[in-house]
Design a protein around this ligand. Structure first.
Ligand code: PEP
Ligand code: MG
Length: 586
């Protein structure tokens, strides 16, 4: 029996589901991380030294990669920062000293490294030379990188399987890394409903609650938790009654899931017989079998940057080819839309070079166009895997015509390279663009003439049209997909696609929302690509709704000018017809 009092913390529900279990409190901010110096926390000297060597090697690898990226963006002076950091990492004298001390003093690598760096920093700060004194920041950056790598390996192996991770914030890379430990749930102080961490949790079917403000401080490792990803709650030390009622709810949800399987083989059409193209977003290979056997649908969005995040580096052309081929063959005869790397400046730049507004910075297609060889390698890998004729290429973050023109030049170059090596590929491979920046909506008619399809990325379209950071917990109330301006931008895109006879899908999270999915169909979107966990739910709703009615609802909504009017009206209309069912989906 639990003797501690029950306490409920509220945040934003980011990924549905309920879990009950022990927490793992993750502190990623390495510099403030308190080192556990108890004898039990110290591995054997050999293991400590081997961890230290791996962390240094990993840091060298990361810095080399960043250095080669930075060469294209930074001037000589700024490049020296990386050279200095690298030369330090190659300093065997320093490393020997650390390793000798680990052995002779039987201390953790983490602690010895920190102390030795401190000695070095003190010497630098004491220097009379201003230039040398400024180098402290570079050392700080490098120190954090090594510590992070040292800690990361340690932390991941320390996460007990089946625990609920509690953290101030998680990077997408952390989330992917941790998911290998069968996480039961995630709760973070920061983050928004459409931050990439939230998206990844949803596709991994891990219940998640974000924007909890101080959950990382309020939970201790000896607490017991329930995470409610429907209501956005973390319940600390729940009473027996609470646990029983949540167990009942879990059973009810399982029952609902089982019922949903009954509609797997039925067509995706509305009550009045309108066929709707429903595809799924796919994130991980272990979802492929499920998608094939249970949905048998196209993959409307495959985010390739996950390959980058998993290994902290651009994957080789060969590795990419294998991955794209794997998808093409397994999903065949259905199609897979492969989105080229949509990596953000915040994910590849070091601390010292971080952009103030990474979402407005070096991201997506901008990086690909600047890094020609990397982009060519990705295009060749997709082309080589396209011989079955079921792959499509999709470009993220398109803001104007020039980016598409330049991409086509690269694509032609990649194709002629393959032709001259007698390598076959799909000569008619389709190319589409994501519509997720307002300038692309304004230029939609021109863009439509250049490409085979549009896919609306509502996650970014909302943030860029409303100037609301999708990652920020402070303005998450303003991040609103039902904002009339957002709906009108979608409407402009849909009409432009229709005028130019190309299909338009929505692959952002909006397509996976019950009310929004019905509204989008009424607006004339030709395809919805939804999160795999929502696929059957959305299919069920489509089968319950009347297409002509949705058209009327959408037409009326597009005349409205406030969020409140839109929400009240669609809730009212759809609830009248399929209220109970909507309830079960939400
Ligand atoms: C979007 O912006 O809606 C989208 C699908 O892309 P991402 O979430 O990966 O930015
Ligand atoms: Mg996007």
């Amino acid at each position: 029996m639990n003797s501690k009092p029950e306490k409920i913390y509220k945040g934003i529900a980011a990924s549905k589901g309920i879990s009950i279990g022990k927490p793992f409190v993750y502190r990623a901010e390495v510099p403030s991380y308190k080192v556990d110096v108890s004898p039990a926390a110290i591995l054997s000297s050999d293991a400590e030294i081997s961890d230290y060597e791996s962390a240094v090697n990993q840091s060298v690898k990361e810095l080399n990669k960043i250095f080669s990226l930075a060469k294209e963006k930074l001037d000589e002076k700024n490049l020296q920062i990386f050279e200095a950091q690298l030369s330090f990492l190659y300093d065997n004298f320093f490393h020997s000293k650390v390793k000798d001390r680990i052995r002779s003093e039987n201390k953790q690598a983490f602690a010895v490294f920190k102390e030795e760096i401190q000695i070095l920093e003190n010497a630098i700060v004491a220097s009379n030379d201003e230039y040398i004194r400024d180098r402290v920041n570079d050392i700080e950056d490098m120190k954090n990188r090594v510590l992070r790598n040292l800690l990361k390996g340690r932390l991941v192996s320390k996460i007990t399987e089946n625990s609920i991770v509690i953290a101030r914030n998680l990077s997408p890379a952390d989330t992917i890394l941790f998911s290998n430990r069968n996480l039961l749930g995630i709760a973070t102080d920061l983050g928004g409903i459409n931050s990439h961490v939230a998206l990844i949790s949803r596709s991994l079917r891990i219940p998640a609650v974000v924007a909890m403000q101080e959950i990382s401080v309020n939970i201790a490792s000896d607490d017991f938790l329930i995470i409610d990803g429907y209501k956005g709650l973390v319940i600390k030390n729940p009473s027996e009654d609470t646990i029983i009622s949540y167990r009942e709810q879990i059973e009810k949800n399982n029952e609902l899931e089982r019922k949903l399987e009954e509609i797997e083989k039925l067509p995706t059409e509305t009550k009045d017989g309108k066929q709707v193209r429903l595809s799924t977003n796919l994130e991980f290979n272990n979802e492929v079998d499920y998608v094939v056997t249970h949905f048998g649908c196209d993959v409307g969005l495959y985010r390739t940057e996950h390959l980058f995040m998993e290994q902290g580096d651009f994957p080789s052309e060969e590795d990419q080819y294998k991955q794209y081929k794997f998808l093409a063959e397994h999903i065949y005869p259905k199609t897979v839309t492969i989105r080229t790397f949509d990596i953000g400046g915040d994910k590849i730049l070091p601390e010292s070079q971080k952009e103030l507004n990474p979402f407005l910075g070096w991201r997506g297609i901008r990086i690909c166009l600047d890094k020609k060889e990397t982009f060519l390698a990705q295009l060749r890998a997709i082309l080589k895997a396209s011989t079955g004729g079921n792959l499509k290429i999709m470009l993220p973050m398109i803001s104007g015509i020039e980016e598409v023109k330049k991409t086509y030049q690269y694509l032609e170059e990649a194709k002629s390279q393959l032709r001259s090596s007698n390598i076959r590929f799909d000569e008619k491979i389709q190319v589409g663009v994501m519509i997720e920046i307002p300038s692309a909506v304004i230029l939609a008619d021109e863009l439509a003439k250049m490409v085979d399809f549009f896919s609306i990325g509502t996650n970014d379209l909302v943030q860029y049209s409303l100037a609301v950071d999708r990652d920020s917990s402070l303005v998450c109330d303003m991040y609103e997909k039902f904002h009339p301006a957002v709906l009108r931008l979608i409407d402009m895109t849909v009409k432009s696609a229709a005028r130019n006879n190309i299909p338009v899908s929505v692959c952002g999270e909006m397509a996976s929302d019950p009310y929004a999915s019905l509204l989008l169909i009424g607006m004339g979107v030709t395809e919805l690509s939804v999160v795999s966990t929502q696929y059957l739910q959305i299919k069920r709703l489509i089968r319950l709704v009347n297409y002509e009615k949705s058209r009327e609802v959408a037409a009326k909504v597009l005349t409205m000018s406030t969020i409140n009017d839109v929400k009240t009206y669609i809730e009212d209309c759809f609830n009248k017809n399929i209220g109970e069912q909507l309830e079960a989906v939400n």
